[in-house]
Design a protein around this ligand. Structure first.
Ligand code: URA
Ligand code: SF4
Length: 194
C-alpha cells in the first residue's frame, strides 16, 4: 500500500470514538525515503484544525530543534501514535491507541525507518513495547540511543522528551536542546547514506 492511500484511509477512519469530535484526522507528513520517523502522541488543537502534525507551539519548537541539527522538516516523516485529537488534549487511552495502531504499524512497514525518534511518553511506551525494549522513565532514558539489530536491518530508537515539555520550563528546554545536539552525528550519518 502506498503512503498516500494510507493517509486517505486515515482521514476517513471511524475505528474509534475520537473521530466524532475531530475536524481533521492528522495522518502524518514528510519524506518517507529519508529513513527517519518522528512519532508524537496525538494531534492538538492546531493540528486538528489544519490536518497536519506539529503545527502549534510544540511544533514550532520541534522545527527549531530540527533546524539546530541541520535537518529539514520536510526530509523526515512526522506522525503521531493516535491520528485524531482527543478532547481537551487528554492523553489517548488504551482502546484508542489499540484502534489506531494499525495505521502507525502500516506507516512503519512502508517507511522501514532506520531511525525512530519518539516524542514524549505515549510514543516511547508504544515503540518500546513493539520492539521489546526494557521500558524506563523518560527522565532516565531521554536522548539515549537504542539499537535493534535484526538479520537484515538495524533500527535506531531514540526516546526524546515531548517538545511541549520545554515550552514553559527553561531548564527542560535546555536539556531537550542538548539531547538533540547529541544525536546530530547519528542522524546526519543516516541521511548521508540515502
Ligand atoms: N503534540 C503531539 O504529540 N503531536 C502533534 O502533532 C502536536 C502536538
Ligand atoms: Fe481512526 Fe485513529 Fe482517528 Fe480513531 S484516532 S478514528 S482509530 S484514525
Amino acid at each position: 500500500m502506498e503512503i498516500k492511500e494510507l493517509e486517505e484511509e486515515i482521514k476517513r477512519c471511524k475505528r474509534c470514538n475520537l473521530h466524532k469530535n475531530r475536524r481533521n484526522a492528522v495522518p502524518g507528513e514528510g519524506d518517507i525515503s529519508s529513513g527517519i520517523m518522528l512519532i508524537g502522541e496525538a494531534p492538538g488543537y492546531h493540528e486538528d484544525v489544519q490536518g497536519r502534525p506539529f503545527v502549534g507551539a510544540a511544533g514550532k519548537f520541534l522545527n527549531e530543534l530540527l533546524q539546530l541539527i541541520g535537518i529539514k522538516r520536510e526530509d523526515v516523516y512526522i506522525t503521531n501514535v493516535v491520528k485524531c485529537r482527543p478532547p481537551n488534549n487528554r492523553e489517548p487511552n488504551e482502546d484508542e491507541i489499540k484502534a489506531c495502531s494499525k495505521y502507525l504499524e502500516k506507516q512503519i512497514s512502508i517507511i522501514r525507518p532506520k531511525i525512530i525518534i519518539t516524542l514524549g511518553n505515549v510514543a516511547k511506551n508504544y515503540i518500546f513495547k513493539k520492539f521489546k525494549l526494557r521500558n524506563e522513565a523518560i527522565s532516565k532514558i531521554h536522548g539515549k540511543v537504542f539499537k535493534i539489530q535484526s538479520i537484515d536491518s538495524c533500527i535506531i530508537i531514540i526516546p526524546m522528551y515531548h517538545p511541549a515539555a520545554g515550552l514553559y520550563d527553561p531548564r527542560k528546554k535546555n536539556e531537550i536542546i542538548k539531547d538533540w545536539l547529541n544525536i546530530k552525528g547519528i542522524v546526519k550519518n543516516v541521511l548521508s547514506k540515502d
